[in-house]
Design a protein around this ligand. Sequence first.
Ligand SMILES: Nc1nc2c(ncn2[C@@H]2O[C@H](COP(=O)(O)OP(=O)(O)O)[C@@H](O)[C@H]2O)c(=O)[nH]1
Ligand SMILES: [Mg+2]
Length: 236
Amino acid sequence: MMDLPSWKTLLHLASSRKLEQRTIAERVFSNTGAADFLAAAASPKSFPNFNGLPEVIVTGRANAGKSTLLNAVLGRKALLHTSSKAGRTRELNFYRVGEEPGHLILVDAPGYGARGRIEWGRLFDAYLDTRKELRRVYILFNAKHGLNEFDRQMLQHLSQKLISTDGTQPWTLQSVITKADLVPTSQLSNTISRMRKEIFEASPLCLPPLITSCEMNPPFGIEKVRENIAQACQLV
Ligand SMILES: Nc1nc2c(ncn2[C@@H]2O[C@H](COP(=O)(O)OP(=O)(O)O)[C@@H](O)[C@H]2O)c(=O)[nH]1
Ligand SMILES: [Mg+2]
């Protein structure tokens, strides 16, 4: 009979795999200066072609911190336009990670909710339904505001799209809680537990939230987001 690996060996393998994942993610995102804006699409006809590079997209209510998070992930201060005014992003914006031809593409999307527009929703849906390169959707929730009805509807909407009619899963869904710095430390753990539960109730297949803050110095949670993206794109 074959010898089974010991727990010690398994633990060692798991920890060296974690280290490897981190190193690869660091490499993927290391050349921050090379990241670039590639294209904007206001209609499905203008979805660009990047020769099959894997893509991830962010969504969330207006002001959830989508553009800020992508700037942080890219290691850039202002490649993406951020704003305290809601609804500045009206198109899908495509950004390359790394020097040409690039490792992967990040896509910034217009916000949904009271200030979102029907046509932005259609554009986002067309992207989800047709984009072969899509690997993971990141849905962002502001820690200070929690989830509202629009968020629950979006989670349910995404859940329906998660599994295709032939039973395959073309992409995965990952939640992110942003602006953790806006919640007093004493309440943070309660807030996260509550939001995690609400996310699970609306979308059981959504991956449990990563926690970020771009206002902390240094920003919090960005390495985890990078590792998560690299893993979703099967670069690790
Ligand atoms: N305190 C705090 N503010 C943030 C954080 N991330 C983004 N913001 C602010 O939230 C506002 C909206 O951010 P933005 O990235 O434009 O949101 P978007 O509409 O989802 O793209 C801006 O004023 C940002 O400076 C964060 O982690 N902490
Ligand atoms: Mg934005």
